[in-house]
Design a protein around this ligand. Structure first.
Ligand code: UDP
Length: 267
């Protein structure tokens, strides 16, 4: 996508919620194969570049949404871009609303069987007219995957929500995208089904508005500290990168001024 921003080692598209939905609409209407939507956050900024295949998948992704506050901050500090968060779970809710309006079929793949089942029931309750045309829990052996792909295709779904966690869902997409015959949009939704069923609580709106969803989740699930310890490091790396750029720009400016002065003297 043009205008894609690099924040440290990952990219993000400068879209707001409306822009992201517009892209999703475009993917479905273009009718030319599957497109992917992945979420970008500080954790992935550390994990993805360590795996060259995964790094390439992100570089080539069709849409990378600014899911985490850290990425929004990074885009502001490094590029002066005023992005707003597009949390994956909220985009998913809006894609459901749009799908119900347009009659698009949805296949929900991932999470534990009971979470998957209850989340599907909850989505159908929330969005009148939503067509969930198939579902599958996320604990499938590799040799069963051709059957899952066959069921996704037979369902005629245009939208596939992949809730296998990262990086499993991104790798699944790369392996199977060419075998998807009717799906036009694949959104990696990580643990969103767990929040829809209430198995994992999302932060109250006020915490989200203050950019503190990460802190709420940490307090609610202290074991996430292993994953979230990257946050302070991420902020430090941003500060370092900004300082490097500012110094670099300063040095370039002085060199240009010196060159200009030299040129004037020669005249
Ligand atoms: N999951 C799955 N199959 C697997 C591993 C994980 O379906 O083989 C599901 C898991 O049940 C959970 C989600 O993937 O619902 C991962 O949630 P997490 O919060 O770890 O993902 P993130 O949003 O951080 O990518």
């Amino acid at each position: 996508m043009s205008g894609r921003l690099k924040v440290l080692d990952l990219w993000v598209d400068p879209v707001d919620m409306e822009g992201a939905l517009e892209r999703v609409r475009g993917f479905v209407e273009a009718g030319d194969g599957a497109h992917c939507v992945f979420a970008v956050n500080p954790e992935k900024n550390f994990s993805v570049p360590k795996d060259p295949e995964l790094h390439r998948i992100f570089r080539e992704a069709d849409l990378l949404i600014p899911d985490g506050i850290g990425v929004v901050l990074g885009a502001r500090i490094l590029h002066g871009a005023k992005l707003k968060r597009v949390p994956g779970v909220e985009l998913m809710a809006n894609v459901c609303r749009l799908s119900a309006e347009r009659g698009w079929g949805i296949f929900v793949f991932g999470a534990q069987e009971e979470v998957n089942r209850d989340a599907v029931a909850e989505l159908e309750r929330r969005y009148a007219g939503l067509r969930i045309v198939g579902r599958q829990d996320g604990y499938v052996q590799d040799d069963e995957m051709p059957d899952v792909v066959h069921r996704i295709n037979s369902s005629g779904a245009q939208v596939l929500f992949l809730a296998l966690g990262s990086p499993k869902q991104e790798k699944w997409y790369t392996t199977y995208r060419d075998q998807l015959s009717t799906v036009r949009v694949v959104q990696g939704i990580g643990g969103s089904l767990d929040t829809i069923t209430g198995a994992v609580k999302r932060a109250p709106a006020m915490w989200c508005r203050l950019g503190l969803e990460w802190l709420y989740r940490l307090l609610a699930e202290p074991t996430r500290v292993k994953r979230q310890k990257v946050l302070p490091l991420f902020v430090l790396r941003l500060a370092f990168e900004k300082a490097k750029r500012t110094l670099g720009a300063g040095t370039r400016q002085s060199t240009e001024e010196l060159q200009k002065t030299g040129a004037n003297k020669k005249k």
